[in-house]
Design a protein around this ligand. Structure first.
Ligand code: BGC
Length: 765
């Protein structure tokens, strides 16, 4: 039975958007899907079973991954397509805000809406499996290249986000693929073939991570994805505790698919390898992989198939692989013909005609089927605006008022993207809207900040002056004088390890602003008494060189906003949207303050990374080591003020003996009031500290609930949280199981991980 952990929301704050979708499908239960999949597989020949569990080869078909058809059974090619910010390498789709931006909204409904809209686009374009959402990299090291694809450096936040994302995609009948399983926390050394440039590396990076950290941190979001019914999971490139993640029976057969009685997630769908993650498909299959991607001449695909056929590869396992794959297909009712035709070529989006070698087809390969209705742009715009985090706002700088007529815009990040960034979005100049790599999307119709602001200011009869050359300091100084407001744009990029952008091979070399953004900000602020810094970034950047400059009146972290960038920024700057984003990660005063760094160097053939910090990533590290961050996890300002009721209402806890793992033990209730003059939204956060008997290494406190509340001026609302046994539990290394202690738990509710406004102890027996 599927248990939905995230409380299904009642369409509330975004009912205007939600009501525009047609009825969701009702996915079949896994039991129902297996009943249909088993007899289907029973009809298949050995060759057909093998082809169903292997891709057709890299770039040989239209999609990121392709599985051959079975014409005699009318079974169409399967199309597996990137990615987590919308369809990659495909035209007439929406480039949505990245995971990190959506995580910063802390809004379940927006998380769902983004994926639901993606579900529609994937369905219309004929995609069977969307390679999303991302629950890892979770952001252990702030410089790691792909942290922005997931939703923030906390497992609970990521768990909610993953569940909502899975539901959104699958409500449209598209199979979600939760990735990357597991402990895939950096780009460098992730893959042997990626690492050739670094010298003789014979195995990919080994993430050496404790069982406790695996269960409580890295696997946590996947648990939620599985509970929400995810049809597939992608295993990752690197090694985990000395085994390849895609060849590890411990990680796949036990942790992911195994029964909950032994701590497994009980996953019933299919596991695919990341692209070329296993060079030994039979080992992968034995470990529990059900589909080897991308399949390739002589490498992972045909060689594997031949081998399986000639050695009589374990028939039961092969049947199970095929059944699991088809079960996901039946579960999402793909047998009912709802998917459109596969109508694009993501390896070749610019050509009208070409070939799909895997199906011996030559002809038109891009059919330009529109899948991006205005509703999806509206969803993107709202997410980007409501995910914007206001970090500083002094002297009444924001929102901009009627008196602001002369606007200066500085920095290349404000401007248009003028070069073709290709299908992996390798953009080096222009405004930053998404990271690079398989998690990106086509830069097709991005609304850049300069254009949107110019249009808005012209309508207000104001003037805009700009200098887009980051290094034209004389020009910047000259134009920064005599403005009512100066907007200084800076950014920081990262992406997948396959590509190098300005010397950064996926991971960032450091976490300072690119193109000497610090000097840009200081130059602007040197002349302009009302300097507002706008940041587009994949993650944390160091702001110390200018954050306390008296002329820096406001700082707006706009994350990775996707195609509606400029529009959402105008919404925030001029106050049509009151910012309500909260940081989904910590911003430190210096990079050395974080728990973890990317493993940039390795001497030897088999690189390793010790996850010695175990559970203590991001704010948990700062709390444990008593380090003052610049801005803490969960922080974000508003144009209004919120006050919290001083006491917490707590229901009588149920006894642990009477509660199942996902059942509620007690509820916590509090009140929040909008004490300012404008409407706004507050993210009320609940943090929990385990009893003092909990083992060493337990975080000081951990996020265990949040609710986003919309409040009119002077309105008060009650907010309640359900705290489950899972929320109270830790992974006990000795008992090799989840354990919830009897004793006193401290509950804190507040506006961030450090702004805790009401606290209570709850004794659980
Ligand atoms: C990435 C995956 C992606 C796959 C297919 C890999 O390099 O790690 O996230 O889905 O390629 O493009």
């Amino acid at each position: 039975m599927v248990v939905l952990l995230a409380t299904p929301f009642v369409a509330g704050q975004h009912a205007d958007l939600l009501s525009q979708f047609s009825t969701a499908i009702t996915p079949r239960t896994w039991d129902e899907a297996y009943v249909l999949a088993a007899p289907f597989v029973a009809q298949l020949s050995l060759t057909e079973k093998i082809s169903l569990t292997t891709g057709t080869g890299i770039a040989l078909g239209p999609c990121s991954g392709n599985v051959a058809n079975i014409p005699r059974l009318n079974f169409r090619y399967l199309c597996l397509q990137d990615g987590p910010a919308g369809l990659r390498g495909v035209d007439l789709v929406t480039l949505f805000p990245a995971g990190i931006t959506t995580g910063a909204t802390w809004d379940r409904e927006l998380l769902y809406l983004r994926s639901r809209a993606m579900g529609v686009e994937n369905r219309l374009k004929g995609v069977n499996v969307a390679l999303a959402p991302v629950g890892g990299a979770i952001g252990r090291a702030p410089a790691a290249g792909r942290g922005w694809e997931s939703f923030g450096a906390d497992p609970w936040l990521n768990g909610v986000a993953n569940a909502e994302s899975v539901r959104g995609l699958q409500d449209e009948g598209v199979v979600a693929c939760a990735k990357h399983w597991i402990a895939n926390e950096q780009e460098k050394y992730r893959l042997v073939i990626d690492s050739i440039a670094y010298g003789p590396i014979f195995k990919s990076l080994d993430s050496q991570v404790s069982q406790r950290a695996l269960r409580e941190l890295y696997e946590w979001p996947f648990f939620d994805a599985v509970q929400a019914g995810a049809g597939s999971v992608m295993c990752s490139y690197q090694r985990v505790n000395s085994e390849y993640a895609c060849e590890s029976a411990t990680m796949i057969a036990q942790h992911l698919k195994g029964n909950s009685s032994t701590g497994g997630l009980g996953f019933r769908g299919f596991v695919m390898t990341d692209w070329f993650a296993s060079a030994a498909p039979d080992l992968a299959a034995t470990a529990g992989v059900d589909m080897v991607m991308p399949g390739d001449l002589g490498l992972t695909g045909i060689a594997a198939a031949t081998k399986r056929a000639s050695t009589g590869f374990n028939g039961t396992r092969l049947d199970e692989m095929a059944v699991r794959t088809l079960a996901a297909w039946f579960k999402m009712r793909q047998d009912e013909g709802r998917l459109g035709n596969i109508s694009f070529s993501s390896w070749n989006p610019d050509s009208e005609f070409g070939a799909w070698v895997d199906r011996a087809y030559i002809g038109q390969i891009n059919f330009h089927v529109p899948a991006n209705p205005p509703l999806h742009a509206a969803i993107s715009r709202r997410i980007a605006a409501e995910g914007t985090v206001l970090l500083k706002n002094t002297k009444g700088a924001l929102p901009l008022g009627a008196g602001i007529k002369r606007v200066g815009i500085f920095g290349n990040d404000a401007g248009p993207i003028t070069k073709d960034c290709g299908t992996f979005t390798i953009c080096e100049e222009g405004t930053l809207v998404v990271g690079w790599g398989s998690g990106s999307g086509l830069i097709d119709h991005v609304v850049d900040p300069l254009s949107a602001i110019t249009e808005h200011v012209s309508a207000l009869s104001g003037s805009v002056d700009s200098v887009l050359d980051d290094y034209d300091y004389a020009g910047i100084r000259q134009k920064a004088r005599d403005q009512d407001v100066c907007l200084a744009f800076i950014n920081s990029r990262s992406g997948e390890g396959t590509n190098n952008v300005q010397g950064n091979q996926g991971d960032r070399n450091n976490i300072t602003a690119w193109r000497d953004g610090d000097t840009l900000v200081r130059t602007v602020a040197g002349e302009c008494a009302n300097t507002i810094v706008v940041i587009h970034s994949v993650g944390a950047i160091i702001m110390e060189p200018w954050i306390e400059h008296p002329n820096v009146t406001a700082v707006v972290l706009a994350n990775l906003p996707g195609q509606e960038s400029g529009n959402s920024l105008v919404d925030v700057l001029w106050g049509a949207t009151n910012p309500s984003g909260k940081l989904p990660y910590t911003i430190a005063k210096q990079e050395a303050d974080y728990c973890c760094r990317v493993q940039y160097e390795w001497t030897g053939f088999f690189p390793e990374q010790k996850f010695d910090e175990a559970l203590l990533i991001d704010y948990k590290w700062f709390d444990a080591k008593r380090i003052a961050p610049r801005f803490e996890f969960g922080f974000g300002l508003s144009y209004t003020n919120f006050t919290y009721g001083g006491t917490l209402g707590i229901s009588t806890p149920k006894s642990l003996a009477a509660t199942g793992f996902v059942d509620t033990v007690f509820t916590v209730t509090t009140q929040v009031t909008n004490s300012g003059d404008v409407a706004g939204k507050e993210v009320v956060q609940l943090y929990l500290s385990l009893p003092s008997a909990a083992p060493a290494g337990t975080p000081v406190r951990q996020l265990r609930g949040f609710e986003k509340v919309a409040l009119q001026p002077r309105e008060t609302k009650q907010v309640s949280f359900k705290v489950t046994r899972r929320d109270l539990s830790y992974w006990d290394e000795t008992a090799k199981g989840w354990l919830a202690l009897k004793g006193a738990y401290e509950i804190s509710v507040g506006a961030s991980s450090r702004d805790l406004l009401a606290t209570a102890n709850v004794v659980v027996s």
